[in-house]
Write a protein that binds this ligand. Structure first.
Ligand code: C5P
Length: 251
């Protein structure tokens, strides 16, 4: 069990480990290994589907091992379908789930309603419902091809504005944009940020590397989604501890 300082415990709450693995066994292995350094575990479509195929309730299994879950299913469908799916997402252990802001106002509002209804039915707290602004895999060119008439950065900004207006609890946005968005939309809103790298405390000298310490320095109310930076490290626990230490220095 890692002994964490008070600040490292605060940092732990802001670390979300992406369980991008093909089997329940792989996922639960990572949870067992890292749950004292990681507050939330991200279950995406790959693991969620694999667990369904294996007949395992992955949310319950992770929650029983002391982890909270970010259910990264990126719902995007008709409002009624999203209402029902959101209701199903709002069970014990799910701290956050997400929808695409691109699905529109009615869909986002139905997601919130579904989250309240599901939480009531399962006797738990309503999970935070956050909106995906723009997938980080898209470029300005991709948006042009779709005739969206807006560039990537402005679309992130606009969709964040809409997510706030429609009552969502936060957004998913690229890590290097969270600071600017928080200055504009405030710290009551949650900024969940993928796209974070780690090359040791002193880095590699690469300027474009966006690190956990930069992320907490830039944005006060964010959760950092980390995947391969930890899972592909030679010593995963040591790396996770180093990341917490680096974040704690900024808190
Ligand atoms: O790259 P890494 O392994 O840290 O990715 C962790 C998670 O963050 C993945 O599930 C991926 O979908 C998401 N991600 C993202 N945008 C990036 C990098 C990763 O949405 N630029």
């Amino acid at each position: 069990m890692a002994e964490l300082t008070v600040k490292e415990q605060l940092a732990r709450k802001r670390v979300c480990l992406a369980l991008d693995v093909p089997t329940v066994q792989d996922a639960l292995g990572l949870v067992a290994e890292l749950s004292d350094c990681v507050g939330t575990f991200k279950v995406g479509k790959q693991l969620h589907t694999a667990a369904g195929n294996e007949g395992v309730n992955i949310v319950e299994e992770i929650h029983n091992r002391g982890g909270d879950i970010f259910l990264d299913l990126k719902l995007h469908d008709t409002p009624n379908t999203v209402y029902e799916a959101s209701k199903a997402c709002a069970v014990k252990g799910v701290y956050i789930f997400n929808v695409h802001v691109a699905g529109g106002e009615a869909m986002c509002r139905k997601a919130l309603e579904g989250a309240y209804a599901g939480a009531r039915a399962s006797g738990t707290e309503k999970p935070k419902v956050i909106g995906v602004t723009v997938l980080t895999s898209l470029s300005d060119e991709d948006l042009t091809v779709q005739n969206l008439g807006i560039d990537y950065d402005n679309l992130v900004m606009r969709r964040t504005e809409l997510a706030v207006k429609w009552g969502l609890d936060g957004i998913v946005c690229p890590a290097n944009k969270a600071g600017e968005l928080e200055r504009r939309f405030g710290s009551d809103f949650l900024y969940v940020t993928p796209g974070i790298a780690w090359a040791g405390k002193h880095g590699t000298g690469q300027k474009q590397l966006y690190t956990p310490n930069m992320a907490v320095r830039d944005c006060r109310n964010s959760i950092l989604v980390l995947g391969s930076a930890i899972t592909k490290a030679e010593d995963r626990r040591k790396t996770a501890c180093e990341i917490l230490k680096a974040m704690a220095e900024e808190l």
